[in-house]
Each structure stands twice: as C-alpha cells, then as structure tokens.
Design a binder for this molecule. Structure first.
Ligand SMILES: Nc1ncnc2c1ncn2[C@@H]1O[C@H](COP(=O)(O)OP(=O)(O)O)[C@@H](O)[C@H]1O
Ligand SMILES: [Mg+2]
Length: 338
C-alpha cells in the first residue's frame, strides 16, 4: 500500500485532549484515538484530526479543505446523540469521501437491538426471544417469553444501562426496569430471554472473503456465589470489580466443529447486516452448543486492548498491521488500486 496516504481521523470532539489536540505526545495507552493515530503515523501516513461535535457545516468545510485519500472513522455520535452515528457515515457517502468501517446502512441496521434481530431471525439465525417495550405503554411481554428476561435500552452500546438489576424475574421487576430505561434513556426498552451459556466475542475482518478471528471469551468466575452473570456496565469498565468477582477476559477454546459453526454463523450475520471492513459479534453458546447472537457491532472498539485487536494479535496480525488492513479494505471498496 502507498505509504503516504492523506488520512483524516474523525473522532468525537470530547475525545480530543485540550493539551494535545494533534495527539502528538505519548498519550494514555488505553485511548483508542491515540492507538489508531499513532499506528497510522507509524505506517507513514499523513494524519489530520477532525473532531466531530454538532456542526455539520464545519465537517464539510474541513473535509473540503483537507481532501483526504481516506477518512478513518472513529466517531460514535453526533452532537451527543449516538443514534446519529449513521448520519455521519451518510454525510461522508454524500460527499463521496472514502471512509473506513460500516456505512449508513450497516450502522442503521445494527443500531436497534430489535431491527437487527428481525433480520437475523428471517435468515434462520438464532437470537433470544424478545419484545420491545415502548415508553407510555404497559410493559407487557408475550406469554411465550420465559423469565428471567434481560431488559436493555433499545439503541445503546457499551453496556450502557445494563446492570445486574437488568436481569428480571417477575412482571413487577420487568415494569420497574423498563420504566427506568424509559426515563433515563428516553427510548424504548427491549426485554430478551436470558440465555445461559458461554459468552463469546467473535471479530470478523474484510469484505467479500471474510476472516473470522479467534474468539474471545468472558468467564464469570464467581457466578455460583452471587457474582455477575452478564457483561454489565460496571463489569466492563471497573477493574477492581472484575478482580473481586474473578472475571476473566481470555480466549475461547472451542471444539473444532463448534468453532466452524460459530465462524459460519458470524460470517452470515456480518454479511446480512451489511457490516464492512471490521466487526464483532457478541454471542452466547449454550451447553448443547446452540449459538445465540446477542448483538452485532459494526465499527466495534479497536483500541489495542479491545477484543478485536486482541483476537487479531492472536491470529498473528499485529496492531499496526490491523489498522493498515482496515484502511486497505476500505480503499478497495472504492476501487482504489493499492
Ligand atoms: N439475552 C441475553 N442473554 C444473556 N446475556 C445477555 C443478554 N442480553 C445481554 N446480555 C448480557 O449483557 C451484555 C451486554 O448486552 P448487549 O446486548 O451486547 O449490549 P451492548 O450493546 O450494550 O453491548 C452481553 O454481553 C451479555 O453479557
Ligand atoms: Mg455487546
């Protein structure tokens, strides 16, 4: 690949450190923005940073001035609104600027935890039974749904709004938790059947011919003694809590036949949901080897410590090579010969 591409890295404005707006210093190692920008510079590319706040005209002006060969899209929101991540992709599409990751369609299909399930079910992929609970209506679920249920905001990510209390065992608990979601997130809740099983994160790379990376597994060491059984917000982000409950993020060792089945289902879901360049499927694998897709993530976290980079590293793809591949996948989609 050409070494000196003009790459504009688009990031959410709040992620830009005031004292280092060009990400030139050695930043905190756990910041995805620092990780990606440093890798791109190491690869020899000319990197510009574009912070996205709530000003569309400013984005258009900056891109018109910068004329990048490609945008590395790390944005997750527009004007504090996560549901508008797809609008940023749509803007880049309208401006005909090549960019990494999923387009407006893929981001939209995966944004609603109900819409993506409808598509998966229609193509015979297994997902938990679910019901959507809109604000202002009685929190009722069909009798066919078996408790315990997991109650989540319909449109959020990163385990936002998911706590141990999201696992409800009665109609009363369901009503309470749904009301909490409505009030705090101003959006519908989704109630899903709780799937007991191993928790796997499967990352996929590419377009057309896809590469499924070695699965990561989250193990809940103390679930028999009242410990957490789900990747709640606290569990994901609080190291002391992880230690206290013997939570381990590692690799999932699967029997070859199960591994193949998982890979096949993940590729199918990735294609179906129009995910591009890189993505991650969150799964549960039951005792009798049934694979449930909990969630599909277009543009998943790609910091060095995140699941996707860990899986890539296990497959022998170092961090800079991973970032380089993502840029290459993106440019190929636009027909750029590298
Ligand atoms: N139906 C379910 N069955 C079992 N666990 C679930 C279910 N839904 C969510 N969880 C737990 O909650 C975590 C976060 O849920 P997920 O739907 O992936 O939301 P987010 O988009 O916030 O990551 C999952 O990784 C899993 O541990
Ligand atoms: Mg998830």
């Amino acid at each position: 690949m050409r070494k000196n591409l003009a790459v504009t890295v688009m990031v959410d404005s709040p992620c830009i450190p005031q004292e280092d707006p060009e990400f030139a210093k050695r930043g905190p190692s756990d910041s995805t923005e620092y990780n990606v920008i440093r890798a791109l510079r190491w690869l020899g590319h000319r990197v510009r940073i574009l912070g996205v706040g709530n000003d569309v005209a400013a984005i258009i002006a900056a891109l018109t001035e910068q004329q990048p060969d490609v945008v590395f899209n790390l944005t997750e929101q527009f004007g504090d609104d996560r549901q508008k991540d797809s609008n940023i992709a749509a803007l880049l599409e309208m401006m005909a600027v090549p960019f990494t990751g999923s387009g407006a369609l893929g981001l939209t299909l995966c944004r609603s935890k109900a819409l993506c399930k409808q598509l998966l079910v229609a193509h015979r992929l297994r997902v938990p039974g679910y019901a959507v609970l809109p604000p202002g209506a009685a929190a009722l679920v069909p009798r066919s749904l078996k408790y315990p249920l997991v109650v989540k905001p319909l449109y959020e990510d990163g385990s936002d709004g998911i706590a141990n209390a999201s696992l409800v065992r009665s109609e009363n608990e369901l009503r309470e938790r749904a009301a909490m979601v409505h009030e705090r997130f101003q959006q519908p809740a989704i109630a899903e059947e709780y799937i007991e099983g191993r928790e796997l994160y499967v990352s996929v790379l590419g377009n057309g011919r896809l590469t499924v990376l070695p699965p990561r597994e989250l193990t809940f060491g103390n679930s028999d003694n009242g410990g957490p059984v789900m990747a709640t917000y606290r569990l994901k982000w609080d190291k002391a809590y992880q230690e206290k409950w013997k939570i381990k993020f590692g690799f999932g060792d699967l029997e070859p036949s199960v591994d193949q089945q998982v890979a096949r289902l993940c590729k199918k879901a990735y294609r179906l949901l129009q995910i591009r360049d890189y993505g991650r499927l969150d799964l549960r694998l039951t005792d009798n080897n049934m694979v449930y897709i909990l969630e599909a993530n277009p543009n998943p976290n790609i910091g060095r410590d995140d699941e996707l980079a860990q899986s890539a590293s296990k497959a022998g793809i170092g961090y800079a090579a991973l970032i380089s591949r993502i840029v290459r996948f993106a440019l190929r989609r636009y027909g750029t010969v590298l």
